[in-house]
Design a protein around this ligand. Structure first.
Ligand code: OAD
Length: 272
């Protein structure tokens, strides 16, 4: 007889009975859209559809290091809209914090640079910011540090900040990973945690950018996967144990939390 298909309730039951205790999560821009940061690839609302006036070689060029090195202006023209200053974590971030609080979060790989996972209460040692975390900035040429207050001023004005070191004319670049740059060194070490997981959750990502787009395939055999996303993406939904909650991810995590009996606790943690 065929094995019964997983549902969000059957996964929740396995969490409640401690059959699932090591959850790996992969997140992307979709978990921060309700905090007011548009994602990249959603047609019309995503950043890439709004860049036409800048006449770039391709939308991704704006985050490509070779393009930035000669033309940093387009990046600074949109930087303010992506700069995490006074943002509040979403219910989806709070759900990640709740997993950590319950000692169920084995590790979180986030492609986001807004730092909202940590703001929501996920311990930093449980997070890898695969594309960096927009906290600091350095000269793209000589690598000198650049003061935060001057960076904030430049971003507010939409101006390109330039290096203060004598005889250097490098544009300042936030410490985030651009296309064409290496991922943080810890990436190779942290992916070794993935085969230890007994559940994979993928939230708010189109799974279009390598190497993160391969994380959800690095699991041991038969390990269930949950997709919480507006649309299907990558190979999610193609394996027997997969469960897809399609729609807004804040609603998706609420549904998951209800199935776990954590509905009130999630709301309380978010409102804290
Ligand atoms: P994308 O914009 O490619 O994908 C966001 C995904 O989230 C899409 O599948 C959306 O349908 C979904 N989504 C949006 N809002 C949602 C919501 N409220 N609830 C549920 N799902 C929602 O963003 P990423 O996959 O994060 O890298 O993009 C990956 C990388 O590409 C980024 O880190 C960035 C970008 O270029 C660099 O710039 C290096």
């Amino acid at each position: 007889t065929a094995k019964p298909k997983n549902t969000i309730q059957s996964i929740a039951d396995r969490i409640k009975t401690n059959q699932i205790t090591r959850i790996i999560v992969l997140t992307g821009a979709g978990i921060s859209t309700s905090a007011g940061i548009p994602d990249f690839r959603t047609p019309k609302t995503g950043l890439y559809d709004r860049l036409a006036p800048l006449k770039l070689p391709s939308p991704e060029s704006i985050f490509h290091i070779s393009y930035f090195s000669h033309s940093p202006e387009p990046f600074y023209a949109i930087a303010q809209a992506r700069h995490p200053t006074t943002l509040k974590p979403t219910l989806s971030h709070a759900f990640l914090a709740l997993l950590a609080k319950k000692n169920l979060l084995h590790f979180l790989f986030t492609q986001n640079i807004d730092g909202l996972e940590e703001d929501a209460g996920v311990p930093a040692e449980k997070i890898l910011w695969t594309h960096g975390n927009w906290k600091d900035q350095h000269c793209s040429k000589c690598k000198s540090a650049y003061p935060d207050n001057m960076m904030r001023k430049a971003i507010r004005a939409g101006d390109v900040p330039y290096c203060l070191a004598p005889k250097c004319d490098g544009a300042i670049k936030p410490d985030v990973v651009f296309f064409g740059e290496s991922l943080p060194e810890e990436f190779d070490e942290k992916v070794k945690l993935i085969p230890e997981a007994d559940l994979m959750i993928v939230m708010g990502t189109s799974l279009r950018v390598a190497p993160c787009s391969g994380i959800q395939r690095m699991m041991g055999p038969g390990v269930p996967r949950v997709l919480i996303n507006m649309e299907r993406c990558g190979d999610m939904g193609s394996q027997d144990g997969d469960v897809c909650i399609l729609g807004d991810c804040d609603e998706g995590v609420s549904e998951f939390a209800e199935a776990l009996g954590w509905g009130d606790e999630l709301k309380a943690l978010w409102e804290e």
